[in-house]
Design a protein around this ligand. Structure first.
Ligand SMILES: [Mg+2]
Length: 166
């Protein structure tokens, strides 16, 4: 169970992900979380920096799908102007939305990386689904109440993982 909480990679932010390296590993698609991964959870629209990043990633040949546990209104309003495919109410860590996104990108799970800021949803779900996972540092210092609760569990898991290493 704890092993599923360990990401394959850590990155300071999405901007620090090495897409050349991923390409060499045969990765062709990116499933990314929205809130606190692409932008702050309370920011309605993509930043110019993020739009540039999306363009860069796509021009490198990657497909992108935003997979979020948030509601249709939030995920749609954010994603539509970016032109990136999106899935709302994903129920991560369940893997169904990941599988749907993978299928819609015409890829297989070993060609897709799952990126997110939460161990309990993004990393746990991604690992269970058999995906390469990248954990990023949350963009925002503040969280919604649900995420706050998740982070409390996350800290406990982290502590136990550190003990395992010793
Ligand atoms: Mg998130």
């Amino acid at each position: 169970m704890l092993g599923f909480m360990v990401p394959d990679q850590f990155a300071e932010s999405i901007y620090d992900i090495d897409f050349e390296e991923l390409k060499q590993q045969g990765i062709k698609g990116v499933i990314t979380d929205l809130d606190n991964t692409l932008v702050e959870w309370d920011r309605a629209d993509a930043t110019p920096e993020l739009l540039e990043w999306i363009e860069m990633v796509q021009s490198e040949g990657f497909k992108i799908t935003i997979v979020s546990n948030n509601k249709k209104k939030r995920v749609g309003t954010f994603s539509e102007p970016t032109g990136v495919s999106w899935i709302h109410s994903a129920k991560k860590p369940l893997t169904r939305a990941f599988r749907r996104a993978t299928k819609e990108m015409n890829l297989t799970k070993d060609q897709v990386v799952v990126v997110g800021d939460q161990l309990l949803t993004d990393v746990f779900g991604g690992n269970r689904g058999g995906y390469h996972t990248i954990l990023v540092v949350p963009v925002s210092k503040t969280d919604g109440w649900f995420t706050k609760a998740n982070r409390r569990v996350e800290r406990m898991v982290m502590k136990r993982l550190e003990k395992h290493k010793e």
